[in-house]
Write a protein that binds this ligand. Structure first.
Ligand SMILES: O=C(CO)[C@@H](O)[C@H](O)[C@H](O)[C@H](O)COP(=O)(O)O
Ligand SMILES: [Zn+2]
Length: 192
């Protein structure tokens, strides 16, 4: 086996081990799906935010709901707070990078909405400021994190602390759980 093939095999084994431990978090993921179904059923919106790979996850998951995941059904209101470069640069430039998500949420969100806050460290200030805004607004916070959970663990209404410590491995588990939530939500709301 080449060095790269060995690295690949070791990585796949580590990922498989992480995913086996995810079993213990099935009830948390189910509770998150229920919270999203409840919010969308009463006409509320799901917001997503995160940095870097988690920004990509935010956009990816919002698109699954607004577009379609696996079945044709009505669009579900979902917004990634990571996509409007004019708002992100204006807010970042005029108020500060820590405010880029919180200010958008304060402008666009309302009581009863859901914020899916994604941070592998659990501590990114711009994500945590959005969480703080959500709590003040009566927006339910679903926190996606990993490791020891960081500040997000305690600040969330429901926290998913996936059993991994590396940023990349945490992100891989986040997108799997996010996809599952989209699948459950879509099936629950398909007949609307
Ligand atoms: O995708 C990756 C690493 O896999 C990076 O872009 C990563 O998302 C960035 O370093 C983020 O800034 C990390 O922030 P966070 O997850 O701690 O909130
Ligand atoms: Zn990445």
């Amino acid at each position: 086996m080449t060095d790269y093939a060995r690295r690949a095999a070791d990585t796949f084994a580590a990922i498989a081990e992480n995913f086996r431990a995810l079993d213990a978090h099935a009830a948390t993921v189910a509770a998150m799906a229920e919270a999203v179904v409840a919010a969308l059923s009463r006409g509320n919106t799901v917001f997503f935010c995160g940095n870097g790979g988690s920004a990509a996850d935010s956009q990816h998951l919002a698109a699954e709901l607004l577009g379609r995941y696996r079945i044709d059904r009505a669009p579900l209101p979902a917004v990634a707070l990571t996509v409007d470069t004019s708002a992100l640069t204006a807010i970042g430039n005029d108020f500060g990078f820590d405010d880029i998500f919180a200010r958008q949420l304060r402008g666009l969100g309302k009581r009863g909405d859901v914020l899916v806050a994604i941070t592998t460290s659990g501590n990114s200030p711009n994500v945590m400021k959005a969480v703080e805004a959500a709590r003040e607004m009566g927006v339910t916070v679903l926190g996606f994190t990993g490791g020891a959970g960081g500040k997000l663990k305690e600040a969330s209404d429901i926290a998913l602390v996936v059993p991994a410590t590396r940023t990349d491995r945490i992100q891989e588990m986040h997108i799997a759980c996010g996809h599952l939530i989209c699948e459950l939500v879509e099936e629950a709301l398909a007949d609307r």
